[in-house]
Design a protein around this ligand. Structure first.
Ligand code: ZN
Length: 254
């Protein structure tokens, strides 16, 4: 599931491979922009803001968002392209394919910040501001913690995996009100640390133990013993949507 760390890493990879290079192919497979061809133009920069990704080329900014299933595949060899491809960018031997992107649009480069102006502090951004993020988090005391952590206007970058893990490490139920958090600044600092440590990892790890099967505290671990107390991890609520499924340790989280 793409969260802020995935998008940061994707931007870093695209930047490393494409920035400063001239596009030799530009194939946009979204009806509204299908006629746009940026071939011959130079890729200036690639950046992420929360879970949004921007590729700036001349006066244009290609804005994309992966949501649940999207990805960018980058390689210096042919990448498989099928009907799920939304955009193909090539610079000689480098090929980048945006697959199943939930959002793909071309913006005026000078105004591309407007689509992310609503975001709270970016957990992996250079201008990360823990005090603002903590204040945003605490702003609505009755709001469930998980809902606040997932709200990108509060702080940007957390998806459902980190949301579940942060609730565990802070000892709270995802459904507990924000007012239960004794130290919001400590919680947002942990959030930043978690994403920061994972920004280059292929397999996300929040426990500090990078062995297979040991990397996460509760996410995806229903029926398995809590690493801290041995109690079996459970689903908190009916498992209605994969996007918002909640896991918890009934002993560690209260
Ligand atoms: Zn436990």
């Amino acid at each position: 599931m793409p969260e802020g760390d995935t998008v940061w890493h994707t931007a870093a990879t695209l930047r490393e491979r494409l920035a400063g290079r001239t596009l030799t192919r530009c194939d946009i497979r979204v009806p509204r922009f299908a006629a746009v061809d940026l071939t011959g133009q130079v890729v200036d920069e690639v950046l992420s803001r929360g879970k949004h990704l921007f590729i700036r080329i001349g006066g244009v900014s290609i804005h994309s968002h992966m949501q649940m299933d999207g990805s960018w595949r980058v390689a210096d060899r042919p990448v498989r392209v099928d009907h799920r491809a939304r955009i193909i960018l090539e610079a000689r031997d480098i090929r980048a394919v945006g697959v199943d992107l939930a959002v793909l649009e071309l913006l005026d480069r000078d105004n591309d910040g407007a689509v992310v102006a609503h975001l709270g502090p970016d957990l992996l951004g250079a201008e990360w501001d823990a005090a603002v993020a903590a204040a945003n988090l605490a702003a609505d005391p009755q709001r469930p913690i998980a809902e606040a952590l997932l709200d990108q206007r509060v702080l940007a970058g957390i998806g459902n995996v980190y949301c579940n893990e942060l609730c565990f490490v802070s000892g709270h139920l995802p459904t507990a009100p924000v007012s239960a958090i004794a130290d919001p600044q400590r919680l947002v600092a942990r959030a930043r640390e978690m994403l920061w440590l994972n920004r280059f990892r292929r397999n996300r790890c929040t426990t500090g133990d990078t062995r297979a099967g040991r990397r996460l505290w509760v996410y995806g671990r229903v029926g398995e013993p809590c690493w801290r107390c041995g109690t079996r991890v459970e689903y908190l609520s009916a498992r209605d949507t994969a996007e918002r499924v909640q896991f918890w340790c009934p002993a560690c989280q209260r």
